[in-house]
Design a protein around this ligand. Structure first.
Ligand SMILES: Cc1cc2nc3c(=O)[nH]c(=O)nc-3n(C[C@H](O)[C@H](O)[C@H](O)COP(=O)(O)OP(=O)(O)OC[C@H]3O[C@@H](n4cnc5c(N)ncnc54)[C@H](O)[C@@H]3O)c2cc1C
Length: 371
């Protein structure tokens, strides 16, 4: 793993196509946000440009696979449109699960398509993560049958989905609550369907659906880990660190918004608590911490995990603080329906509530400190 930073590294290695695509995403942000249009073409082009493989050994266009590179690519996308940035995170996470799986046949079959964006993919780990923490019951249960499992249940919200898309999740063995199994699921395979049952205040264009499992046969060749074993420990730091790309992108956007506001309203903004230069200094510190943590995503120490969660928490909290300040810099112009400030504020709240949410992270950090 390389701790160096993504787009800077990418442009040194001639990966300007990722940066070019990122610029194109800006023009679609309002449509994705307001009309809930899934950015399929942007995702395919980002995939083709190599954005989803930067952290994967067999697919990285960088000299070494770099989780920090993936974080930075996601941050650049999120600075323009965080809905698209979240779809990138979903895609990156699915690639990461395949990277850590011992099922080499499944990795060989699916990872190239996920890395190149030929197949879209996501992750349904919110419920399993909380179930394993003991705060929710598993929503998916599987019964062992010849050649696989029969799985039933409903996952309320999984993103970056559509017909033929894949996602990773974990179910509990119906006959043994201590036995958990992680698998890649294809939307549209017999027994697996999606339903849109909610409207959100943002992130409407992220292909977010309920996933219904009605005695769905999940074959052994779809299993990422059975039993789950240490798979969760292997994927967790990478999964959490990748999410910081969304938050860092919003923070960058907030700093730009503060600067833009100052062009015409600078004379009124002098005494605000958080100004662009201070936000930039704090963001640079976060970026450096994340780059360092992202260099060793397979580390297992309690201290490391706590640092990863703290970094993710700090990004979430600073995302809110920075966007709040951007709103104050813009005043009533930011309060207009459809203003960039309005969209970024709603996006920043998402960073704070997506699993692990701020309250979830605080519980986990407290538990790690006590143990
Ligand atoms: C737009 C959108 C897209 C999403 N996309 C995905 C996706 O792609 N994949 C996915 O897996 N999920 C996705 N989610 C789900 C998301 O990650 C959260 O799981 C979901 O929003 C539920 O969060 P929550 O606020 O209810 O709980 P959280 O804040 O995540 O967790 C709180 C948990 O703690 C428990 N709890 C509360 N108080 C206490 C207490 N005092 N002691 C112990 N436990 C307590 C609650 O029962 C709950 O389980 C998405 C959600 C949205 C809104």
């Amino acid at each position: 793993m390389d701790g160096d930073h993504g787009l800077a590294v990418a442009s040194r290695h001639g990966l300007g196509a990722i940066a070019d695509e990122t610029a194109a995403i800006a023009s679609l942000a309002a449509v994705v946000d307001k009309d809930g249009v899934y950015p399929a073409a942007s995702m395919q082009r980002l995939g083709a440009a190599g954005a989803f493989g930067l952290h994967l050994a067999a697919h990285s266009l960088l000299p070494r696979p770099s989780l920090a590179g993936a974080v930075d690519a996601m941050a650049s996308v999120s600075a323009e449109c965080m809905s698209t940035g979240f779809c990138v995170w979903c895609q990156d996470s699915a690639g990461w699960y395949l990277e850590q799986s011992d099922n080499l046949a499944l990795r060989e079959k699916l990872q190239p398509a996920v890395a190149s964006g030929a197949v879209m993919a996501g992750t349904g780990l919110s419920n399993p993560a909380k179930a394993m923490m003991g705060t929710e019951a598993f929503r998916l249960r599987g019964k062992r049958v010849a050649g696989g499992y029969m799985v039933s249940g409903i996952l309320p919200w999984v993103s970056n989905l559509g017909e033929g898309h894949w996602f990773g999740t974990i179910f509990e063995d119906a006959d043994d609550a201590k036995h958990h199994v992680m698998a890649m699921i294809k939307i549209g395979q017999p027994g697996v369907s999606i339903k849109q049952n909610a409207n959100f205040i943002a992130l409407e264009g992220t292909g977010t659906f309920s996933v219904l499992f009605a005695r769905a046969f999940i074959s052994d060749d779809q299993l990422l880990a059975d039993p789950l074993g240490d798979m969760m420990a292997r994927i967790q730091p990478g999964f959490i660190l990748l999410q910081t790309g969304m938050g860092l992108g919003i923070i960058d956007a907030a700093i730009s918004l503060m600067r833009e506001a100052d062009v015409t309203q600078g004379h009124c903004n002098h005494h605000l608590d958080l100004r662009a230069h201070a936000a930039e200094d704090y963001a640079a510190g976060l970026h450096a911490r994340i780059g360092q943590l992202a260099a060793t995503p397979l580390e297992r120490s309690r201290r490391y995990l706590r640092d990863v969660m703290q970094a993710r928490l700090d990004v979430s909290q600073f995302c809110l603080t920075a966007m709040q300040s951007a709103m104050l810099h813009w005043g009533a112009c930011g309060y207009l329906e459809g203003s960039p400030v309005h969209r970024r504020l709603r996006e920043a709240w998402f960073v704070a509530i997506i699993t692990p949410s701020i309250r979830h992270l605080k519980s986990e950090i407290a538990a790690l400190a006590e143990a």
